[in-house]
Design a protein around this ligand. Structure first.
Ligand SMILES: C[S@@+](CC[C@H](N)C(=O)[O-])C[C@H]1O[C@@H](n2cnc3c(N)ncnc32)[C@H](O)[C@@H]1O
Length: 260
């Protein structure tokens, strides 16, 4: 049973695209932009930019930070099936709210996820799913701990934690250093954040920064360990000259608030 105290900390919210999300009272923030919509945001900010760059690969390993309601993972499966993409995909997703993942079987997901309901069911039961094309693993516990234990090499990172203001330890220089350490040399990272501090944390760890212009929503960020041809490049050295106050976030400024 999903712990009643934790359930009480969340409220169901209908987004403008018609998909449902939750509002976290603990983090004082919705799980998705209610304006952009949970499904639309997953597809436009994470899945589409990633697969437009990587769908030619035979295998892909994706780090989905953090699992939450699973929209990014489920939208990935939906997109792959819809476009008949043959890539084998392994998704690793840290999450410390086990009760939330276990409750997803009864969550009212959009009709687009109808065909993957058995996968949602398996994940809510076992925190794991595997077939010939997909392997999905929820890494239970604090993402800061889990990431140091990952042995796979990551091709795509969906950086979709609660906002830097509300969950800073998943946005610091040190966090991105740990992310970088498990990435392949041509890995990309997608995130809704366009903040200078976040882009600097990525840049200082070797990522080049690009603007992704999504459909019907605010632009977002794609970071890449290799130069990308088709996206708008941001010259971070120039940004640093123009904004001398900008700094990446550092663990030491937030550690006393770290989740135990
Ligand atoms: C914005 S939501 C993620 C939404 C998710 N990507 C989706 O598509 O539904 C952030 C999630 O991060 C989890 N979380 C926050 N801090 C964490 C940490 N330190 N370790 C693991 N999970 C964490 C929360 O429980 C929440 O489920």
């Amino acid at each position: 049973m999903y712990d009643e105290t934790l359930r009480a900390q969340k409220e169901l919210v209908l987004c403008e695209d018609g998909s449902n999300t939750l509002y976290s009272k603990e983090f004082d923030e919705p799980y998705h932009s209610t304006k952009d919509g949970a499904l639309h945001e997953s597809l436009e900010k994470h899945v589409k930019p990633s697969f437009s760059l990587k769908s030619h690969k035979d295998t892909l390993t994706i780090l989905d930070i953090c699992f939450g309601l699973g929209y990014n993972t489920f939208a990935t499966l939906y997109y792959i099936k819809k476009h008949n993409i043959k890539t084998k995909v392994h998704i690793l997703s840290p999450e410390f709210d086990e009760g939330l993942v276990r409750s997803l079987d009864t969550f009212d997901f959009p009709s687009e996820f109808e065909s993957i309901k058995p996968i949602i069911h398996a994940i809510s039961q076992n925190l794991f799913y595997e077939d010939e094309q997909f392997k999905i693993e929820i890494l239970l516990g604090d993402a800061r701990e889990s990431i140091t234990k990952i042995e796979e090499h990551i091709d795509i990172v969906y950086q979709d934690a609660f906002s830097p203001a509300h969950n800073p330890l998943l946005w610091t220089y040190e966090w991105f250093r740990d992310v970088r350490a498990i990435c392949n040399d041509d890995a990309i990272l997608t995130t809704y954040s366009t903040a200078a501090a976040i882009r600097l944390g990525l840049y200082e760890n070797g990522f080049s920064i690009f603007i992704h212009r999504a459909e019907l929503m605010r632009y977002s960020t794609v970071a890449s360990l290799q130069m990308l041809e088709d996206l708008e490049y941001i010259d971070m050295e120039l940004k640093k000259i123009r904004n001398t106050e900008a700094r990446s976030m550092k663990d030491k400024d937030y550690l006393e608030n770290m989740h135990s």
